[in-house]
Design a protein around this ligand. Sequence first.
Ligand code: CP
Length: 307
Amino acid sequence: MKLSGKDLLGIKEMSTDEINLIIDTAESFKEVLERDIKKVPTLRGKTIVNLFYEPSTRTRTSFELAGKRLSADVVNITPSISSIVKGESLIDTAKNIESMNSDFIILRHSAAGAPYLISKVLRSSIINAGDGSHEHPTQALLDILTIKEKKGGIRDIDVAIIGDIAHSRVARSNIYGLTKLGAKVRVSGPPTMIPWGIEKLGVKVFYKIEDALKDVDVIMMLRIQLERQEKGLFPTIREYAKLYCLTPERVKLAKTDVIIMHPGPINRGVEISPEVSDGPYSVILEQVTNGLAVRMAVLYLLSGEVE
Ligand code: CP
């Protein structure tokens, strides 16, 4: 089986078979990452360009490492020292990169839809590394792999996603992916951060975090985007933390074998207490490890090297 298009733009457009194909392929790449020599020749001769208009630690580094582990050439473009600061448009920048024979462009951009825009005019494979508040598909795929490893599957698993649901591309991609695979998803956060009509995506809404956490298998905390405070979505950081911070006391409401996830970066003491993020139920760093295998799988499956 193959992925249906040349690009990976969002989980919404993917079939369950495609999601499972990526997860199964990532599981096999995890074995490569445990070898002494963590490198295979699969993408020798291919060129990957990381084009990140927004900051990133995990996504950019893991795409770079994924490309290098597969023997591709990887180039990172830093907008602040590129011709983007001279006013070059996204499409012009992307077309110029492609003129140097790129095979993949990994794009992170603040505008929702930016990867879709360039995918229509380029022959390179475009991978969405986060577009505005819209989607972050490889994050959801690594989250699904982590849940599958820890819980043995996704069907009928109860997952609570907590925080700024309205502005979270991680939440949106996970809601699409987890519900397609049969998980039961709840969301919780302040009413100003829960989009109207989100129930139509197949999730339950709880405004009190305590109600959302009751008997869940997985808690996925979202980064509170501190820049949103200026827009009046919550009164103070202290009040947000009082009402929604994941504390050891709140963790006790979930199942005794709950796993705690966070896409990073963490605001310690705001959405998650240090005792919880560093505690025995946390799989936050395992998510990061799985991100590398998932990105290797995505690059391989889009490369045209699949039989
Ligand atoms: N989870 C995530 O997207 O992290 P980065 O912003 O560091 O890439």
